[in-house]
Write a protein that binds this ligand. Structure first.
Ligand code: ZN
Ligand code: ZN
Length: 374
């Protein structure tokens, strides 16, 4: 089912203009990426040729595209927006072209945070004397609170990745390598409705002690705990991300079971603590304190979570030291982990959304350690 979450929405550009003015930016310059998709619905290719949305704080926005990308731009949701498309030919200077169309007297521009350096410098030459700043703060502020349609798109993504976790026994078996299992999981991520596999972590035994281990040629053994952290991007552009823990054929070592009980309790308490007004650092502490009290404090080596939407990692970050207050519509992962170097590790991850009443978990597969039959 298609959602309108990533479709053109003139209101988003108007809100971006308002936010730019408030931030003292005379224009926003947005090249292909999540910000462009958020504002226009256009999933443009990040090419060496310049594609750039210009959003003057005062005046009409416009989109500069290579002539050969013009049909793709017009076929995208941009075509339904009241947005002028300005094509440039191979021999033209697109930076000068864009600069010539900006209102006069521009003093400060905001560039999207992921703009290629060659494009940043292209604008520096085309707009001499104009101060460059990051637009990420302005755009992140808009993107951080998801609309109902965006939450529905995240839920659809969560349901798709839950389907993959639910069928894990089809692929995760002792005697296979992490890489073999990972390849099957990647196929299943696509079969579940995603258009792109963003990452597949299958970390068995000691590999599970590294939070960002991906896959290796290690052969998975019976009774070994396995961390499976997977995610992809849906046709809507919204992302999934969920981690579950498995054991094959036999219960894991008692030391692991004890660790898992602590982790599960911490993750559940954190999910239950999601509510408007709670700060990111408070939410982080809910889990960190429980894990520390059980003696594993030094083994929880990363933040609790990250925001998720059109990107897998975006604002808000749930991290110690962040005074950010949760608000309805904020969506983020809750993923505490405990990692014992050389032995094993575990992480439990759900996407949660802050609501008016509290919080809602989008991933609903069981968080218990699943012992799969062999
Ligand atoms: Zn993850
Ligand atoms: Zn995550």
């Amino acid at each position: 089912m298609a959602h309108d979450a990533s479709l053109p929405n003139a209101d988003r550009i108007v809100r971006a203009q308002t936010a730019a003015r408030a931030a003292g930016l005379d224009a926003l310059l947005i090249t292909p990426g999540a910000d462009l998709r958020y504002l226009t619905g256009y999933e443009a290719l990040p090419l060496e040729r310049l594609t750039c949305l210009a959003v003057p704080a005062e005046g009409e926005p416009f989109l500069v595209v290579p002539l050969l990308e013009q049909p793709a731009a017009e076929a995208s949701p941009v075509g339904a927006l009241d947005l002028e498309i300005i094509p440039w030919r191979e021999t033209e200077d697109p930076y000068a072209l864009l600069a010539s169309r900006l209102p006069r007297g521009i003093a400060r521009v905001g560039l999207d945070n992921h703009m290629f350096a060659e494009k940043v410098l292209g604008f520096r030459s085309a707009l001499p004397g104009v101060e460059q700043a990051l637009a990420g703060g302005v755009l992140g502020e808009l993107r951080v609170r998801k609309s109902a349609a965006e939450v529905a798109a995240l839920l659809e993504a969560a349901e798709a990745i839950d389907k993959v976790h639910s069928a894990m026994e089809e692929w995760l078996r002792p005697g296979r390598t992490e890489r073999e299992v990972g390849r099957d999981i990647a196929d299943a991520i696509i079969a579940s409705g995603h258009v792109r596999v963003d990452f597949v972590i299958v970390a068995s035994g000691p590999n599970g002690a590294s939070p960002h281990a991906e896959v290796s040629d290690r052969v998975i053994q019976p009774g070994e705990p396995v961390v499976v952290d997977i995610g992809g991007t849906m046709p809507s552009g919204y992302c999934s991300d969920s981690t579950r823990n498995y054991c094959l054929g036999a219960r894991p070592p008692a030391r692991y079971e004890a660790l898992y009980e602590v982790l599960l309790h911490a993750q559940k308490e954190q999910c239950d603590a999601v509510a408007p007004g709670v700060t990111a650092e408070q939410l982080d502490a809910v889990g960190r304190d429980l894990i520390a009290k059980a003696g594993y404090g030094e083994f929880f080596i990363h933040r609790t979570g990250h925001g998720i939407g059109l990107e897998t990692h975006e604002e808000p970050y749930i991290v110690a030291g962040s005074p950010l207050r949760l608000e309805p519509g904020m969506a983020f992962s809750v993923e505490p982990g405990i990692y014992l170097p050389g032995e094993f590790g575990a992480r439990i991850e759900d996407i949660a959304v802050c609501t008016e009443e509290g919080g809602e978990r989008l991933n609903l597969t069981s968080r218990d350690l699943r012992v799969l039959p062999v």
